[in-house]
Design a protein around this ligand. Structure first.
Ligand SMILES: [Zn+2]
Length: 114
C-alpha cells in the first residue's frame, strides 16, 4: 500500500475517474436515447433503415467505457477500485475494496463530492 500519495496525485486520479464515469454515463444516455428514436422512426426513413450505423459505435462506446471504469485503479493501493476478484464488483461502491479509501478523498482532506 502506498500511503505517501500526494494530494495532487490523488486529485489527478480522481479527475481521471470522473472522466471515465462521465464517459460511461454519456454512453448509457446515448444508448437509451437511441432506442425510442429507432422504435419511433418509420422503416422507410434513413434512421429506420440504417439504425445500426448509429447503434454499433454507441454499443462499442458503452463496452469500452464500462471496461475503462471497471479497470480504474485505486490511487492509494493501485488495485482495482471497484472489483474484488474476477466475478465480484460494484461500480456504486463508496470505498475501495482493497484499502477502504473513501471515494473522492485526498490524503489531506475528508471525502468530498464530485
Ligand atoms: Zn485502494
Amino acid at each position: 500500500m502506498n500511503v505517501g500519495s500526494t494530494t495532487a496525485t490523488l486529485e489527478s486520479a480522481w479527475g481521471d475517474y470522473r472522466r471515465r464515469r462521465n464517459s460511461l454515463v454519456a454512453a448509457i444516455v446515448s444508448w437509451t436515447a437511441l432506442i425510442p428514436l429507432v422504435v419511433l422512426s418509420p422503416d422507410t426513413s434513413i434512421i429506420g433503415q440504417y439504425w445500426w450505423v448509429i447503434a454499433l459505435p454507441i454499443f462499442v462506446w458503452v463496452g469500452v467505457a464500462s471496461l475503462r471504469i471497471t479497470l480504474w485503479r485505486c490511487p492509494r493501493c493501485h488495485d482495482l477500485y471497484f472489483t474484488r476478484g474476477i466475478w465480484f464488483g460494484n461500480l456504486f461502491i463508496s470505498r475501495c475494496y482493497h484499502c477502504a479509501l473513501p471515494k473522492w478523498s485526498t490524503s489531506a482532506s475528508e471525502p468530498r463530492g464530485a
